[in-house]
Design a protein around this ligand. Structure first.
Ligand code: KIV
Length: 293
């Protein structure tokens, strides 16, 4: 199985092949997504919302990102793994940014890192890339700046802001980014940026003209019936499936139809003694959970 690298992604853009990226936060899902042919697994700081239940990505720490990246790494063979740099792990100083990117790679097993922001982070990108770590940019709606943006709102809707985003994309490419996420911007702008860049663009709420697409795993699997933004398409109804499975299990436990003989273990040698206060005389136990002892 050939590993996806940043060079594979560059070749895909050149060949006009669309890149499929999905967020992942643990080994079990990573294994399934990897086997299904996902090109890029993003260990996104969106885990602060979908895993931890926060209302923003801001509380996520570097230690948590390393922990989840390591789990995804264990479940992945083929996909390229991007580790998201959490809030304040790269904004404070360039030296901190390089050190923290290095930790995501060395301790988490990420093969590249992603950070949010435009030309103001070009020098940070340059220095991380110089340390040998590929960087994915992320512009448009940048969730770590939710308070500056005044909410999770579409960006680049007027000419001046659109021009700024194009300049940001060009500056990030010049600084050495290998790809850029375009989040929640008009599709016409995403098309222009994609046409101007040599590196791939990965869209989320940025229309059909990007070189690839990314969705948060829990959104595409339909895990949260109360979250239905315009840019999300649910490709499954896992919330419904989980509800059905849970109710079926609880029903069988209560009706005593689960477990049955088929899910139970036996011992040929175990002799139960009565009355209950007598010492049980267990001569030999051959297996515990099916493992010989
Ligand atoms: O954290 C995340 O999941 C992301 C994607 C939405 C691009 O940054």
């Amino acid at each position: 199985m050939k590993k996806v690298t940043i060079h594979t992604l560059a070749r895909m853009k050149a060949a006009g092949e669309k890149i499929g990226m999905i967020t992942a936060y643990d080994a079990s899902f990573a294994r399934l997504l990897d086997r299904a042919g996902t090109d890029v697994l993003l260990v996104g700081d969106s885990l602060g919302m979908v895993i931890q239940g926060n209302d923003s990505t801001l509380p996520v720490t570097l230690e948590q990102m390393i922990y989840h990246t390591r789990a995804v790494r264990r479940g992945t063979e083929r996909a390229h793994i991007v580790g998201d740099m959490p809030f304040m792990s790269y904004q404070g100083s360039i030296d901190d940014a390089v050190t923290n990117a290095g930790r995501l790679v060395a301790e988490g097993g990420a093969e590249s890192v992603k950070l949010e922001g435009g030309s103001e982070f070009a020098e940070v990108v340059r220095r991380i890339v110089r340390a040998g770590i590929p960087v994915m940019g992320h512009i448009g709606l940048t969730p770590q700046s939710v308070h500056k943006m005044g909410g999770y709102v579409v960006q680049g809707r007027d000419n001046q802001k659109a021009r700024q985003l194009l300049d940001d994309a060009l500056a990030l490419e010049a600084a050495g980014c290998f790809a850029i996420v375009l989040e929640a911007i008009p599709m016409e702008l995403a098309a222009q940026i994609t046409g101007r860049l040599k590196i791939p663009t990965i869209g989320i709420g940025a229309g059909i003209h990007c070189d690839g697409q990314v969705l948060v795993l829990y959104d595409l699997l339909g895990m949260n019936p109360d979250f239905a933004p315009k840019f999300v398409k649910r490709f499954a109804d896992l919330a419904g499936a989980i509800d059905g499975a849970t109710k079926a299990y609880l029903g069988e436990v209560r009706a005593q139809t689960f477990p049955t003989e088929a899910q139970s273990f036996h011992s040929q040698t175990l002799r139960l003694v009565t009355p209950a206060d007598e010492e049980p005389e267990i001569t030999e136990t051959k297996a515990v959970y099916g493992v010989p002892v």
